[in-house]
Write a protein that binds this ligand. Structure first.
Ligand code: UD1
Ligand code: CA
Length: 459
């Protein structure tokens, strides 16, 4: 049995986003806003999350497929009270209801927990905030002794109420039994013709239910996103928080405003990150790592002491300690570098194991390959892993030397200690310590005359 039902409102159209994507699926830090809310709420114990969908319901359900949330469809958007009502059949009367907004992405779990604790005591928990410009928001009306007695929507407020700067964030918690009693009493007799959830405040006050208003730690925690400008502003604030966390954990950032984190990043000490770096997905960075400017690192592990030089792109790559990558390297999924491996400029790797101390330094493609330790792969080497239908593997033994501009036609093995002469096309296995050369013998021709320029008159 749940003791907490979390109702996330996500049915609104978000027309000011001017987007075919439902508003709640627009992202902050690479994650849909609604997912931020779900993830923060998931930290609360014994809870069931209900998402109220409406506009773009199918897209929202698809985006959340497989997650332990229930959906309640609000076919017509008749107001926040009507939205919460759609989830009520799934809510049991002995639980507590926490109402959250799918377009208010950064509400912290701690704030939610505080509200829940209030409702667990049988009281009404309300999250309010003081805004310099309260335009558009519901105003918190208090009695002479300071008790909250009502919320009046901007469009329904009188001049005196409009002057109130304490506003409703929309986020609240209440014992389910009270909500079940109040929701049927809501009417749409107001300026917007909507069923306002906020009308339950006055019902609570009338009934003598104690209303406890708390405030968030920052305004951004309750900031809703209605257009792309607000989205960008919140994104910048969120990124600043991420950058501050990394700095506190021992990372030097050349410019905290020029790092973007779109995922979960764990870092060691004495990491240096230059400007315009993007870290996406799950990224783990060891101690003493240097990341130069303009790198994108996605779902990768970077071992301690590694150096990622400028303009490199790493995706699902695993680097052991003291690796060197770039500048201008592209490590695609399944690239694994052992200790002290080097992948240099204009090198692309994919599903490639590069052994300890091995070097692939220039203008090379290594795909579907296993390279042993201490191997040198010369400039312009290509593993020809694809015949147009199938992918095949190249295996290079320890200590081998691949001369520049070689093609290794997979499936093929080059033995340990073997040498491939520059410019060779290797399509047969080379045994340990052999030299393989496939290029034509060089012919030096004496008395060679260069062509002379034709006389244009003669045509
Ligand atoms: C609401 C509050 C207001 C508060 C403001 C904070 C009411 C009546 N008013 O106002 O006091 O200051 O939020 O932003 O509650 N939604 C639905 N179905 C609906 C209507 C809304 O799911 O039928 C969702 C929206 O998608 C949105 C949230 O509820 O996520 C708030 O709706 P919105 O229209 O923005 O509320 P406001 O009228 O701005
Ligand atoms: Ca709003």
């Amino acid at each position: 049995m749940n003791t907490l039902d979390i109702v996330i409102l996500a049915a609104g159209q978000g027309s000011r986003m001017k987007s075919s994507l439902p508003k709640v699926l627009h992202t902050i830090g690479g994650k849909p806003m609604l997912q931020h809310v779900i993830d923060a709420a998931a930290e609360l114990n014994n809870s069931q999350t209900h998402v109220v969908t409406g506009h773009g319901a199918e897209q929202v359900e698809t985006a959340l497929a497989g997650q332990p949330v229930k959906f309640a469809l609000q076919a017509e958007q008749l107001g926040t009270g009507h939205a919460v009502a759609q989830a009520m059949p799934e809510v049991s009367s002995d639980s507590v209801v926490l109402v959250l907004y799918g377009d208010v992405p950064l509400t912290r779990t701690e704030t939610m927990a505080e509200l829940v604790a209030i409702a667990e005591r049988g009281q009404f928990g309300l999250l309010t905030v003081n805004l310099e410009d309260p335009t558009g928001y519901g105003r918190i009306v208090r009695s002479d002794v300071g008790d909250v007695v009502a919320i009046v929507e901007h469009k329904d407020a009188n001049p005196e109420q409009l002057a109130i700067t304490e506003v409703n964030t929309g986020i609240l918690s209440v014992p389910a039994a009270l909500l079940q009693e109040w929701i049927p009493q809501l009417s749409s007799n107001n300026a917007q013709g909507e069923y306002y959830l906020t009308d339950i405040i006055a019902m609570a006050a009338e009934q003598g239910v104690s209303i406890k208003a708390i405030q968030p730690a920052t305004e951004q925690e309750v900031q809703g996103v209605n257009n792309r400008l607000q989205q960008a502003e919140l994104e910048r604030w969120y990124q600043r928080q991420q950058a501050e966390r990394l700095m506190v954990e021992g990372v030097s950032l050349a410019d905290p405003a020029r790092l973007d984190i779109r995922g979960e990043v764990s870092v060691g000490h004495d990491v240096q990150i230059d400007v315009n770096v993007i870290l996406e997905g799950q990224v783990t960075i060891g101690d003493n790592v240097i990341i130069e400017s303009n790198c994108i690192i996605r779902d990768s592990v970077i071992g301690s002491g590694s150096h990622i030089k400028a303009n490199s792109l790493l995706e699902e790559a695993q680097l052991a300690e003291q690796c060197d990558v770039g500048p201008y390297a592209r490590l695609r999924p399944g690239s694994q570098l052992a200790v002290k491996a080097k992948v240099g400029n204009f090198v692309e790797t994919k599903k490639a194991l590069i052994g300890e101390g091995s070097k692939v330094n220039h203008l090379t493609y290594i795909g579907d390959a296993e390279i042993g330790t201490g191997v040198n792969v010369g400039a312009g080497t290509i593993t020809c892993n694809y015949d147009g239908v199938n992918k095949s593997k190249t295996v290079i033994g320890d200590g081998a030397f691949i001369g520049s501009n070689s093609s290794l036609v997979a499936p093929v093995n080059v033995g340990a200690g073997a040498t491939v002469g520059a410019g060779s096309t290797i399509s047969k296995d080379v045994a340990d310590d052999q030299l393989a050369v496939t290029r034509a013998k060089q012919a030096n021709i004496n008395n060679w005359q260069r062509p002379t320029k034709k006389d244009p008159q003669k045509g």
